[in-house]
Design a protein around this ligand. Structure first.
Ligand code: PBG
Length: 329
């Protein structure tokens, strides 16, 4: 008897109240993490990312206040580093008064209730554009890179970061950062590990925004970011990071890795954040424009699917607008 005409799937779709009643997945403002590009220079709109701007520290503080009022719980900060501060060894990454350290101190003071997450990777600071350090023949030196990442994590924790988010994909960095943080009195600082981060063309607008695209040139990150053809490998990366002491996991890009998010959800009990990366934002924005549809409604469709697949949090460049639409309709 459990088939048509006794069963009618459309019975529960007849009216908005029914749709709302049976909705399994709903995006809430608290799910959203707002990434911000911080600069000491001019506040330009990011190329190919309409509505996304570089913020100086003053406007970042205002943005943080606005975000808190809307119910957003945390920011994820990225620096736009001027060429004269970049070097082969990325030493600006752990300078105590670097841009991100100053941004952390200002926001912490003015808006203490917002969570501050910082990316830990060397690419904004290196002349070669890689996330790690390279040796004399241009090969990434994993263990030397870890050392540098630990120094960066400590500098940013000292400046007030609540969460450090290593996005570099070096082996062993979560354990090393955890033990360094603990030994320096930062045992309360969380690690949000970009556990499964794929080598992707979808990072292009981001690399343009932080100015690493030209530094990287024709080189790519395939010796450390994951191969898009593999998902067993992603689960191993995730389980290793859990083992090494991660508090929170990130999977990116989101849209092209829904299967990985779903597998990760079943493979471990840590909360998972999905990153809707710059290229996804950019694609959806131009699709909205080309078809005359609402960008926010398209966004919501994709964010909902990220959550439905198993992500608890979503890093999203227009989190402010999404939060506004959830509050005010
Ligand atoms: C840097 C980093 C990248 C992103 C976040 N952290 C770029 C990269 O790995 O080249 C991408 C985010 C985006 O595209 O929105 N390690």
């Amino acid at each position: 008897m459990s088939s048509f005409p006794n069963v009618r799937m459309r019975r529960r779709r007849q009216a908005p109240w029914l749709l709302e009643t049976f909705a399994e997945t709903t995006i809430q403002t608290k799910d959203l993490i707002l990434p911000v590009f911080v600069t000491d220079g001019p506040q330009l709109e990011v190329e190919n990312m309409p509505g996304v701007w570089h913020h100086n520290i003053n406007s970042l503080v205002k943005l943080a206040k606005h975000a808190v009022q809307l119910g957003i719980k945390s920011l994820l900060l990225f620096p736009v580093v001027p060429a004269d501060k970049k070097s082969e060894c990325a030493k600006e990454a752990w300078a105590n008064d670097n841009l991100i350290a100053r941004a952390l101190k200002s926001v912490k003071q003015a808006v203490p209730e917002i969570g501050l997450i910082v990316d830990v990777a060397l690419d904004p600071y290196t002349t070669h554009g890689h996330d790690g350090l390279v040796n004399s023949i241009g090969v990434i030196d994993n263990d030397k890179s870890i050392n540098a990442l630990c120094k960066q994590a400590i500098a940013l924790a000292s400046a007030g970061a609540d969460v450090v988010a290593p996005s570099d994909m070096m082996d062993g960095r979560v354990a090393a950062i955890r033990s360094k943080l603990d030994s320096q009195g930062f045992s309360n600082v969380l690690i949000l590990s970009y556990a499964a981060k794929y080598n992707s063309k979808l990072y292009a607008p981001f690399r343009g925004a932080i100015g690493s695209a030209s530094d990287l040139g024709k080189k790519d990150k395939s010796s450390y970011q994951q191969d898009i053809r593999n998902s067993d490998e992603a689960i191993r990366e995730i389980l290793l990071d859990v083992e090494e002491g991660a508090d929170w996991l990130m999977i990116k890009p989101g849209m092209t890795n829904l299967d990985v998010i779903a597998r990760a959800r079943n493979a471990c009990l840590l909360p998972i954040a999905a990153y809707q990366v710059s290229g996804e934002y950019s694609m959806l924005a131009s699709f909205a424009e080309k078809t005359g549809q609402s960008f926010l409604e398209i966004q919501l469709e994709f964010l909902t699917v990220l959550k439905r697949s198993g992500a608890m949090h979503i890093v999203c460049y227009n989190a402010i607008d999404i939060a506004g639409s959830l509050l005010y309709g």
